[in-house]
Design a protein around this ligand. Structure first.
Ligand SMILES: Nc1nc2c(c(=O)[nH]1)N[C@H]1C(S)=C(S)[C@@H](COP(=O)(O)O)O[C@H]1N2
Ligand SMILES: [Mo]
Length: 326
């Protein structure tokens, strides 16, 4: 028999049990058994904003390990209705509505460019196929606004895409440019941020095994409001690093400026690693509100260094002053 050693960041499958049935089934099957019925299929596709099959065609590999019994994934309904996506409004409830009013995220082309030996352009679904299908990662999620969730993402390790692109030695950073479509995105018409939303990572951060590109949530294709069809996931960093609806990934030599750093440099830096000891200029980061945590005022919990992934990622920042807003 072949036993696999669980990686130490893996969150428990037990916590996902209530929803796990559809990880192993095609989307169509899931919708049927979930009670949508045949006629409800089209409606369900509309509800999720797209009939995309990003992960649907792939049996998502569920990690079978139990490492942290205290973590309970947030309900699907909350993950997909409490959003930050300024292109579709600054209110948490707006993106679910406004990102599903005619904004099309399929088909979708992503461009891989810059300092690499193998630049390419590819359809988002074809990219998932090329990289061997989707796997699941149950990660903690911490927004800089001091709220948190636990999200079962589907997708692929960013390292796989980087290996395919084969960066040149001069490449030190990776940038993520997200979509620009003012016709579909009311926030872009209002210019409520400097668009397109833009993010970056140091190349070694991007290659870390925890860095991930999400294409699904709970085994379903990622909804528009969560950043369909490709969105960055870096669980040890604040949520604003997770660029949504990526159209271009570039390998560059110099540290780029990200959207929030451009907007308010005294509040947001490049690294944005979760750190309970460094307060935001306007609020404490020592604790966080657990979305869906229950209770009249909602549950609060202590925020963990690197959002609980210190053991895995601290070495990336050896010798750096973690109190500094780089
Ligand atoms: N393109 C784009 N990506 C974005 C944002 C945005 O406004 N536009 N908001 C960021 C912020 S602040 C957070 S907390 C997360 C929210 O992701 P979620 O809505 O899937 O929870 O997305 C990040 N990615
Ligand atoms: Mo955020």
């Amino acid at each position: 028999m072949h036993l696999r050693l669980p990686r130490d960041w893996e969150l428990p499958e037990s916590a996902v049990t209530p929803e796990r049935d559809y990880h192993l089934r095609p989307r169509r099957e899931f919708l049927k058994t979930a009670g949508f019925g045949a006629a409800g299929l089209a409606a369900a596709a509309l509800l999720s904003g797209t009939a995309r099959a990003t992960t649907a065609g792939f049996p998502t590999r569920v990690n079978p390990d139990h490492r942290d019994p205290n973590l309970k994934p947030t309900a699907y309904e909350l993950i997909t209705s409490y959003n930050n996506f300024y292109e579709f409004g600054t209110d948490k409830a707006e993106p679910k509505v406004l990102a599903n009013r005619g904004w099309t995220t399929e088909p979708w082309t992503v461009t891989i460019a810059g300092l690499c030996r193998n630049p390419f352009k590819i359809d988002a679904n074809d990219l998932v196929t090329k990289l061997g299908g989707a796997e699941q990662r149950v990660y903690r999620f911490r927004c800089v606004e001091a709220w948190s969730m636990v999200i079962p993402w589907d997708g692929f390790p960013l390292a796989k895409l980087i290996a395919l692109a084969d960066p040149l030695p001069e490449a030190k950073f990776v940038t993520f440019t997200t979509f620009l479509d003012p016709k579909s995105a009311p926030g872009q018409r209002r210019d409520n941020l400097d668009y397109p939303y833009f993010e970056g990572l140091r190349l070694d951060e991007a290659r870390h095994e925890l860095a991930f590109i999400a294409t699904g949530i709970y085994g379903r294709p990622i909804p528009n409001q969560n950043g369909a069809p490709l969105r960055l996931v870096v669980p040890w960093k604040y949520g604003f690093k997770y660029g949504k609806s990526i159209v271009k990934i570039d390998f560059v030599a110099k540290q780029p400026r990200n959207t929030w750093q451009v907007m308010t440099p005294h509040e947001y830096g490049f690294y944005a690693n979760v750190n309970p000891q460094v307060d935001h200029p306007r609020w404490s980061q020592a604790s966080e509100r657990v979305i869906g945590g229950g209770g009249l005022l909602g549950a609060r919990q202590r925020t963990l260094m690197f959002n609980g992934y210190e053991k895995q990622v601290a070495a990336l920042y050896a010798g750096m002053d973690l109190r500094k807003n780089y």
